[in-house]
Design a protein. Structure first.
Length: 401
């Protein structure tokens, strides 16, 4: 390769298009940093509409790929009921619109030096081999482990994400725990995968006057693995009247009859704290930073995670944090010096950690400042430079000329 690198990234959600989730945020941060570095960067993401559309946003060539509705496969009565329950989530990814968009981009400017895909969904399998010199895969967490059985159609052995990742030229993963966990789940070695944490833009710490005392926020997708029930019980046991805000994409309850937000509100009412619990839809960018920095504490009581993005963001923004003691949180906590941790699934332990952080504010803020300084190692310019080096080093090895 010579001249300006040409990179493609695939994702089924992108914040600039209204998407949510760690993969979309990772892609946006990496893509915009690559654009600042002078790279010809293209992002292919699902969006509304019926045709592939192209635009340039913050220096990133952004290809909007249409989705298709699951309602098309349903009888009219079932489609009506599904839409009423799921609403905006009634649209899923049309995977092959990605391949169409990548072909159009290649006709405009030639094949890509690198095409990176998250293994979740195996999008890169639609484009690798003819569209790029280097196939790169970003490991986040396998669908066959994270999703409940009814929400994926394949076994571990037949998983297309596993096949894509194990055949890739370059693998990167967001944490040592994720690398080990995925390898064990897939039953294969991932020794070649480089551990590169997600890039997290840092911010100045919040000013004291902007923080609402005894206000707590929990950021992340609303589902059973985030421990929302543990957090609600912990708040109900605190000696102080704490206000709790959940922020994230709503999902269908495991029973399928309601959404998780309905379960949160119902449980809050049963516990007698309904007037102090708020559920908000996803918030992005500067609005999310302002919201989190306005809270006295960010609490993440997850039962399972791979890349702990919400924790890393709160750290980088100077907000005191309390989490469960699952391995990926332990990994970023530097021996427990940066934030408080409670036993997973234990509301009493979580309530005790929250009480300490809300009562001894000087100690909590000193920890938060240590965490903010620690988070500088995840600055986009450092992380993305390493990723680009990994990708292009393979390219140069494959074609010395």
């Amino acid at each position: 390769m010579s001249g300006r690198p040409r990179i493609a990234m695939l994702t089924d959600n992108y914040p600039a298009l209204g998407g949510v989730g760690g993969i979309g945020s990772y892609t946006q941060t990496v893509a915009e940093q690559l654009a600042r570095m002078g790279v010809d960067i293209h992002v292919f993401s699902m969006a509304s509409g019926t045709r592939v559309a192209y635009d340039v946003v913050n220096g990133v060539s952004l290809w909007r790929c249409p989705g298709w509705s699951r309602r098309r496969q349903m009888p009219a009565r079932a489609a009506w009921a599904f839409t009423r329950r799921v609403g905006a989530q009634a649209v899923m990814l049309d995977r092959f619109s990605f391949a169409q968009a990548v072909r159009r981009a290649c006709r405009r400017g030639g094949s890509f030096d690198v095409l990176e895909s998250p293994e979740f969904g195996a999008l890169g399998a639609l484009c690798t081999g003819w569209s790029s010199t280097v196939s790169a895969v970003r490991l986040h967490g396998p669908a066959t482990k994270v999703l409940p059985p009814e929400r994926h159609p394949w076994s571990v052995e037949t998983s297309p994400e596993r096949a894509l990742a194990t055949a890739a030229d370059v693998l990167s993963v967001g944490s040592h725990y994720a690398k080990q966990s995925i390898a064990e789940h897939w039953g294969t070695s991932l020794d070649q995968a480089a551990v590169v944490q997600n890039p997290i833009p840092a911010r100045l710490p919040p000013t004291p006057g902007s923080v609402q005392p005894d206000h707590v926020v929990c950021v992340g997708r609303l589902d059973r693995l985030k421990g929302y029930d543990v957090l609600l019980r912990a708040v109900s046991r605190l000696r102080r009247p704490v206000h709790l805000t959940f922020v994230g994409n709503d999902t269908a309850h495991l029973g399928g009859r309601a959404m998780v937000s309905d379960d949160i509100r119902s449980m809050a009412g049963t516990l007698g704290i309904a007037d102090r619990v708020t559920v908000l839809p996803p918030v992005h960018g500067d609005a999310l930073v302002r919201l989190v920095q306005s809270q006295a504490l960010c609490v993440l009581p997850s039962l399972m995670e791979t890349a702990p993005v919400a924790v890393m963001e709160a750290m980088a923004w100077g907000v005191p944090v309390v989490t469960s003691d699952i391995p990926p949180f332990v990994e970023v906590n530097e021996g427990g010096n940066l934030f408080g941790m409670a036993r997973a699934s234990d509301p009493d332990s979580l309530a005790a950690e929250m009480e300490t952080a809300l009562t001894d504010r000087d100690h909590a803020l000193r920890r938060a400042e240590r965490a903010r300084r620690h988070a500088q190692r995840w600055a986009p310019e450092r992380v993305v430079s390493r990723l680009l080096s990994l990708w292009l080093r393979h390219d140069q090895a494959a074609d010395p000329a």
